[in-house]
Design a protein around this ligand. Structure first.
Ligand SMILES: [Zn+2]
Length: 73
C-alpha cells in the first residue's frame, strides 16, 4: 500500500493517507487470503518502504499482480 513511515501521503483533518491505506490493505489481504490467493505485503505496519524496495519485493516473488492502494484527500 502506498506511503508509510516517514511518508504520510495526503493529509487532511488529522487523517494520514498512509494509515487509511494500511487499514484497507490489511482488510483486502484477509479477503484475498480467505479466497485462496497468496498475498505478499510490501508493508504490513507503519514503516518506510521506498519504491525500489517495493519493486524488488514484487519481482523477487514473481508476483502476478501488484496492487498499490491510495486515496485522495
Ligand atoms: Zn497516495
Amino acid at each position: 500500500m502506498g506511503h508509510g513511515g516517514k511518508d504520510p501521503g495526503a493529509l487532511i483533518e488529522g487523517y494520514k493517507e498512509k494509515d487509511i491505506n494500511l487499514n484497507v490493505a490489511l482488510k483486502l489481504r484477509d479477503i484475498l487470503t480467505k479466497n485462496g490467493i497468496d498475498v505478499i505485503m510490501t508493508r504490513d505496519k507503519d514503516e518506510t518502504v521506498d519504491l525500489q524496495q517495493r519493486c524488488d519485493i514484487a519481482n523477487k516473488a514473481h508476483a502476478n499482480y501488484f496492487i498499490s492502494i491510495h486515496c485522495n484527500s
